[in-house]
Design a protein around this ligand. Structure first.
Ligand code: PEP
Ligand code: MG
Length: 565
């Protein structure tokens, strides 16, 4: 990133840095969202002077109605993931358990704001302990508390100021309600102090295609209205950049993004090395949409996402019909079906064990079949049946495999049904033993999201650990390289299907390590494919070497960028 240091320009302050989550360069004035209820209004409200706890509870109920209706109205105007998270927030605001906790506190003599705060904290504690997706909802709980307090003390609900003119929006973290109405023509980029690659901010920014950097320490100290240059590829937030140079960088980035959008596949480097570019899908609908893009197949069908709302295990026939929708969409191509990865951040009522102390390290993924083998065999029967009826080639892989014996047993069950068998490499033990895994399976697929979580011992949902849950961490890359090398030696395919595959620069480095396919959210296929087409195999190998040699993620990104751009 170039900045001007001439005396006539504003002073160049050291850049702030965070985790880049949506690529793109933007330049504009910073608009800061602090979103607090005013201290004066809280002081004036005091204990609310209600006649009794029941009157205070009635005021709470009124506030809940207003806040929940506000979420629901925003949900009605939104679509997709945004609408879902807003509807979930409306439900959480109306939660009976939360109301019960507030009522108990009020009856115990707490003034209304303390009764609410203590009840919210009780929920925060429970959600944090549950980990995974539940812990991610702590931001929503705090947002709900702020909104309820505002309603109780008679202020408008705090929120993100929607700029009238194009600006960079800077916040501590964004709740779903804040991000729902974001207009990408006005919000040039998002910068948050907290939040990781899987935070709501990141999800919504990806959906809207807004350049985004999260986990930027000191972001809220940016001067309101002062121009900032945000680079969603490097994670830099630069103050005092030369305006002409900044605009040139924005224009160059826009041009580059426009050219990436025209890539039509198939995946191949500039000198002809074929690399399969594949899509990650969740169900028939997402498969049909992905099938219209330039992908050679599905590299990860997350079957558990079809069943998040089911309380009963669907019959083999019902499952087969669901899987057939995905296979049908990819007729003539191929689909890698992952068996149920239930548990931890993806609880499935009919499969997951309740009350685990540490669900991410518990009975999830393939481990569920240890105590319930029928769950796996019925699913395999359903996949085999769907493959037969559609005629689409199906490969099947298991999540959370830790030992070669698990891999061998799984492969046996898959092959019995005439399907190709593989396992995911998400646990460091599987990466370290990749060569032995490949003696018993046909392919490996590296799940960098979980491989990063388990290598770095950092919850992938923890907003404060974004610097650790970064697939560019050298230790994670070492494990990827070991796995890819094992594939090269065995002459068997080794793909990557975690978020790392969707990062165009990292994708090139992965190919340089020997990865043979890259599977990603369908929207990422063009940028990744186009980047691959612009580099040679040798450049990819150099990028891999540089990334592996770097001391930390930022150095690795910088080294690879320098080699490939
Ligand atoms: C992964 O862990 O990288 C992966 C692809 O699986 P999931 O994100 O569904 O856990
Ligand atoms: Mg995983």
């Amino acid at each position: 990133m170039v900045t001007d240091t001439s005396a006539s320009q504003p002073a160049v302050l050291p850049p702030l840095a965070g985790t880049p989550v949506v690529p793109g360069v933007a330049y504009g004035p910073a608009v800061l969202a602090r979103g607090e209820v005013s201290a004066a209004a809280i002081a004036a409200f005091g204990d609310g002077s209600y006649a009794d706890p029941e009157a205070a509870l009635a005021a709470y109920d009124e506030a809940v109605d207003l806040v929940a209706d506000g979420f629901a109205a925003k949900a009605a105007q939104a679509s997709g993931a945004t609408a879902e998270v807003l509807a979930a927030s409306a439900g959480l605001a109306r939660d009976r358990g939360l109301r019960g906790a507030v009522r108990k506190n009020l009856r115990g003599g707490s003034p209304p704001l303390s009764a609410l705060h203590d009840a919210i904290e009780q929920f925060v504690g429970a959600f944090t302990k549950a980990g995974g997706l539940m812990a991610e909802r702590v931001t929503d709980l705090h947002d709900i508390e702020k909104r309820l307090v505002a309603r109780l003390v008679g202020e408008p609900e705090p929120g993100v100021p929607m700029p009238d003119t194009p600006a960079v929006l800077v916040a501590e973290d964004l709740a779903p309600a804040d991000t729902a109405g974001l207009d990408p023509t006005v919000v040039l980029a998002l910068v948050t102090e907290r939040g990781g690659p899987t935070s709501h901010t990141a999800i919504i920014a990806r959906q809207l295609g807004i350049p985004c950097v999260v986990g930027v320490a000191g972001a809220l100290l940016l001067e309101p209205g002062a121009p900032v240059l945000v680079d969603g590829t490097t994670g830099e937030v630069i103050r005092g950049a030369d305006p002409d140079e900044a605009r040139r960088l924005v224009a160059a980035d826009a041009e580059q993004r426009a050219s990436l959008a025209t890539w039509t596949g198939p995946g191949v480097t500039a000198d002809g090395l074929a690399v399969k570019v594949l899509a990650n899908v969740a169900d028939g609908e997402s498969a049909r949409s992905a099938a219209g893009g330039p992908v050679e197949g599905v590299g990860l069908f997350r079957t558990e996402l079809c069943f998040l709302n089911r309380t009963e295990e669907p019959s083999v026939d019902d499952q087969a019909a669901i899987y057939a929708e995905v296979l049908e969409a990819f007729a003539g191509r191929y689909v890698v079906v992952r068996t149920l990865d239930a548990g931890s951040d993806k609880p499935v009522a009919f499969a997951t064990l309740p009350g685990e102390e540490n669900p991410a390290l518990g009975v999830r993924g393939l481990r569920l079949s240890f105590g319930n083998p029928g769950l796996l065999t019925r699913q395999l029967d359903a996949v085999a049946s769907a493959a037969r009826t559609t005629g689409t080639e199906a490969w099947v892989m298991a999540p959370m495999v830790a030992t070669v014996a698990e891999a061998a047993e799984f492969a046996g069950a898959v092959r019995e049904r005439g399907l190709k068998a593989g396992v995911m490499v998400e646990v460091p033990s599987a990466a370290l033993l990749a060569h032995r895994m490949l003696e018993v399976v046909d392919f490996l697929s590296i799940g960098t999201n979980d491989l990063t979580q388990y290598t770095m011992a950092a919850d992938r949902m923890a907003t404060d650990l974004a610097h650790l849950t970064d697939p560019w961490q050298p230790a994670v890359l070492q494990l990827v390289a070991i796995t890819a090398e094992a594939g090269r030696q065995a002459g068997k395919p080794v793909g990557v299907c975690g978020e790392a595959a969707a990062d165009p620069l990292l994708a090139c480095a992965l190919v340089g390590m020997g990865v043979t396919s890259l599977s990603m959210a369908a929207a990422a296929a063009r940028p990744v494919g186009a980047r691959l087409a612009s580099v040679t195999h040798e450049q990819c190998e150099e990028a891999a070497e540089a990334a592996l040699a770097a001391s930390d993620p930022a150095a690795a990104r910088a080294a690879v960028r320098a080699l490939l751009t």
